[in-house]
Design a protein. Sequence first.
Length: 255
Amino acid sequence: MFDCGEGAATSIGNFLAGIEHIFLGHLHGDHVLGLPSVIGCRNSGRGISRNEDTMDRNKPLTVYYPEDNNIGDMIEFVNARNQNYLRYKLDFVPIYAGFELDLGNKQFLRAFDMKHQKNKSTLGYVIYENRTRLKKEYQGLDIPSFIRRGVTSDKLNETYRANLFAYCLDAYQINDATDLMDVKDIIMDCTFLDAKDRDDPTHFTLDEAYSFCQGIRAKNMIAAHLSGRYNYNNLVENNKYSGVKFINPYKVNDL
């Protein structure tokens, strides 16, 4: 799960036990104020045992956050609210750009740096897997004949990184996009339609986000975090951006 704003527990409902990792990009309220409810509701949701003999089998929950963002007050509030009643292990882990986590099923998560806050770091996240493909010089050739001649698979094939999904909220700049090249699906901050509506450079405009996604050859861009000053329906009806889907801020579960 990426970020945890207000209403997250209500939106996810009785499936909170399926979440084992929450990755926070930064600690602004609209990204973290759902944590206490998610942590509390997960405690009594489907998939969490209440039996003292089996509670140790409950899936743990780990919350990751940028290491220079002060989350102490949130941790204190969560601990005070739940005291000793949590039926699962809860951890808060500070991380940094370059942090990687093995998600299983040959998939990995990597954190990368984004620009949003003035004096603290903001992290984006990309999920990728390492795949194998035939080297270009062998494509279109009679591969069985090479194998019969003793050419090994490591000579025929190469390993490459396939970026599956990226999460980029909130941001106005991503200086190093190396980790995001050719990503399949990317959720982008598109708070503003016009740069003139932006007082401070803390969020992408739609044009900026689209240009960035074109530059990294993203397959599908999902535009999010649209300012309430704009009419969502008008934006969708007049969408001029190929390959862009807009998240309806009033119906996020329809994504």
